[in-house]
Design a protein around this ligand. Structure first.
Ligand code: KG4
Ligand code: ZN
Length: 358
């Protein structure tokens, strides 16, 4: 059986062909068209610009994925498409394209939750995932700890109270004048820096819950880079003396990147360990754009395996961390197995849902 996955929830345009034989996955192709360079000029994603480019590129991207997989639309058994969460204009491009193709070709249409895709993409490794599992989603729009009873049963057990962790990376990069997208830029600078030279808080790390907060961390960086005059800060009861921190020189910026990254990793690792202690799980699944972060990958792996050697740890390959259509095809397969798809007249009922929950 072959599934065509389509993903356009944010600024990527992606299509992938997944073959499934006896429950085993073989990814025949994946094409991801990034708009990073276009949006870098604006310092962030401009939704209208993203959707306009996606409208232009969605068909060529699908054609390229089919060609790479040495197949064609007639040989595809079902189409899986992201219908939320994300930017409404971008989601609509993928959803309407998939609806049209499914109707014209008389194929099954599988609506997929983007966040489930970020977790289930871990099924693309050779090892079997045993459930119940704990999922940690770290992306530009979301930061969640999820208890996964099986491929279609999710319970959110912790989430950010404000900014997502990826959003914090992007905002801190802006504060430091490093440009967009922030995550990869900060992690590269952090390699040359030393954590601990600047001191940042570890928000909510001591709280017994499984929630996160990243907006205060971003503000703490802002205050260190642009110190408020000492009188104003003293009035706010923050610090008595204004200290101009050395972030204007290169090494100062590298050190700040390293400390900020370590602060994020510390809270993410600590809450993950707390969740594992509380719930009895067999596997840990990481997912989302921030899962590309080398320090996060390394420290999660080290800390979990040291304390809980029996838990199987799944960390996606780099090409499956950012938004991609392979993850939508994989998640689509599990929905298809549960008969959660649309055919014929029912296809028209599908609409994009920008606020879709897990
Ligand atoms: O999952 P994703 O591609 O899009 C959303 O669904 O949001 O995640 C994008 C986020 C951005 O905020 C980006 O800065 C972050 O992932 N990111 C990283 C790294 N690479 C991408 N954050 C930290 N370290 C990285 N190496
Ligand atoms: Zn995503």
């Amino acid at each position: 059986m072959k599934i065509l996955g389509i993903e356009t929830s944010c600024d990527e345009t992606s299509a992938a062909v997944l073959e499934i034989k006896n429950g085993n996955f073989d990814l025949l192709s994946q094409v991801v068209l990034s708009q990073e360079k276009i949006h870098a000029k604006f310092g962030g994603i401009v939704p209208e610009v993203a959707a306009r480019k996606q409208m232009e590129m969605i068909i060529p991207v699908i054609e390229q994925a089919l060609k790479k997989a040495k197949t064609n639309l007639k040989k595809i058994d079902a189409l899986a498409v992201t219908y939320g969460p994300g930017l409404i204009t971008s989601l609509t491009v993928g959803v309407e394209t998939a609806k049209t193709l499914a109707k014209v070709l008389n194929k099954k249409l599988i609506p997929v939750n983007h966040l489930a895709g970020h977790l289930l993409v871990n099924h693309l490794t050779n090892q079997k995932i045993k459930y119940p599992a704990l999922g940690l989603i770290v992306s530009g729009g979301h930061t969640f700890l999820v208890l996964i009873k099986n491929e279609s049963n999710y319970q959110i057990i912790g989430e950010t109270q404000d900014d997502a962790v990826g959003e914090a990376f992007d905002k801190v990069a802006k504060i430091l004048g490093l440009g967009y997208p922030g995550g990869s830029i900060i992690s590269k600078r952090a390699e040359k820096g030393e954590a601990g030279k600047h001191k940042l808080p570890r928000p909510m790390i001591l709280q017994q819950n499984l929630d996160f907060s990243f907006s205060g961390l971003k503000t703490a960086v802002l205050y260190l880079v642009h110190p408020v005059p000492s009188a104003a800060r003293a009035k706010q009861g923050q610090v008595k003396e204004s200290r101009e921190l050395q972030t204007k020189n290169k090494q100062g910026v590298y050190n700040m990147c390293a400390e900020f990254q370590q602060a994020c990793v510390d809270v993410l690792v600590s809450k993950t360990l707390r969740a594992i202690k509380k719930y009895s799980i067999k596997s840990f699944l990481l997912g989302g754009g921030v899962a590309a972060n080398a320090e996060l990958r390394k420290q999660l792996q080290q800390k979990i395996s040291k304390k809980y050697p029996d838990i199987k740890i799944f960390i996606p390959e780099l090409k499956f961390t950012g938004d991609n259509a392979a993850m939508i095809a994989v998640a689509g397969y599990f929905k298809l197995k549960n008969k959660q798809y649309l055919v014929k007249d029912k296809i028209d009922s599908l609409t994009a849902n920008p606020n879709l929950r897990l």
